[in-house]
Ligand binder design. Sequence first.
Ligand code: NAP
Length: 206
Amino acid sequence: MVDAFDRLGYGTYKLAAGEECAGGVAHAIDTGYRHVDTAQGYDNEASVGDGIDRSDVDREDLFVATKLSTDNLSYDDAVETARASRDRLGVDSIDLLYVHWPINSYDPAETLPALDDLVDDGVIDRIGLSNFEPDQLDEAIDRLDHDVFAHQVECHPLLQQETLREYAVEHDHWLVAYSPIARNRVAGVDPLREVADAHDATSAQV
Ligand SMILES: NC(=O)c1ccc[n+]([C@@H]2O[C@H](COP(=O)([O-])OP(=O)(O)OC[C@H]3O[C@@H](n4cnc5c(N)ncnc54)[C@H](OP(=O)(O)O)[C@@H]3O)[C@@H](O)[C@H]2O)c1
């Protein structure tokens, strides 16, 4: 496990299980990424694990995050499927486990104690939440014994999430930005294009 959370993560959404995902993850790690983000719902955790194995970097130098699917948020399902994710990823413990979205089977009275117990049992090292509103964050922080380490939400130049970023600073957790280039809609943002043109780069690179 890394001492410090590596801020630049390699997202694996839409990477097909098999060579596309395993090869992509191994290449990303060998290129310098140290944080890999997947989810039960991406159906590629085993391939993420293969990519980690295949890379030249030791497991303890990597930060591996995954997410509980919204159908797996009852106490028993959260505990059981987190263990299955850990096994598919081929790690001793998951560095960061998120609740993917507080919908469907999300029940604070069930899901949050499961996360605390997963930390206590050493299955996961840290708790994350994703796509929560401030009142849902309030409730989760209140109920959890362990700290919330990160909140992952869509965040990019076209959706700057001022409220949730301030909330993260106030409550001392990381705000992890997903879709950080807005699936390349940043290409249409004029100030970014001007910077890009001045540096012979693309808006996505900026
Ligand atoms: N927690 C959540 O609910 C949630 C939701 C969404 C994403 N995520 C996480 O965040 C990660 C990233 O988000 P994302 O994939 O939604 O969006 P993103 O990173 O903003 O955009 C990815 C897309 O942008 C295009 N792209 C990538 N690099 C580019 C470049 N240099 N120039 C031009 N276009 C480029 C590619 O499109 P083409 O494939 O069409 O080329 C790629 O599929 C995911 O992999 C996942 O780990 C989490």
